[in-house]
Design a protein around this ligand. Structure first.
Ligand code: NI
Length: 141
């Protein structure tokens, strides 16, 4: 047994993260608003939220309804089209709009197998550097 286990010190790994200036400013503002002691705490808390959200999605099964919201730079529109063409069986409706110049808002209304819906969300996240991506499962009867 190592000494740090005996005295119950948790070993933290230090990683480096690339962020743009705007996101960094938002992290610092969030840190102040919530009262976290440092940026690391913001990252730990947000990662835990993301893990919990992902766990909820993993539990979804069978035929479900959901909404997928995506905001991405206009130049990535072709990539979205490429991915979505493989999922026409679960896309009931798609709304495409623009929030500001060069920024697209996509709203997908989905129905189908939960695994397929997760896969669409996963591939969009993987292939498109979106500004915002959220899968919202809708309540079942
Ligand atoms: Ni567009």
């Amino acid at each position: 047994m190592f000494l740090y286990e005996l005295i119950n010190i948790r070993v933290m790994t230090i990683i480096s993260v690339s962020l743009n200036e705007k996101l960094l400013e938002e992290i610092d503002a969030l840190k102040e608003e919530i009262g976290f002691s440092g940026r690391s705490e913001v990252f730990r808390a947000s990662t835990r939220l993301l893990i919990a959200e992902n766990e909820e999605k993993k539990e979804l099964e069978g035929n479900i309804h959901s909404i997928l919201i995506l905001i991405h730079p206009q130049k990535l529109e072709d990539k979205v089209t490429e991915v979505k063409h493989h999922f026409e069986d679960i896309i009931n409706t798609q709304i495409h709009s623009h929030l500001q110049e060069n920024q697209c808002l996509e709203l997908f209304i989905l129905e189908g197998d939960a695994g397929r819906i997760r896969e669409l969300s996963r591939l969009l996240n993987k292939n498109i550097k979106s500004v915002y991506s959220k899968l919202v499962p809708l309540p079942q009867e």
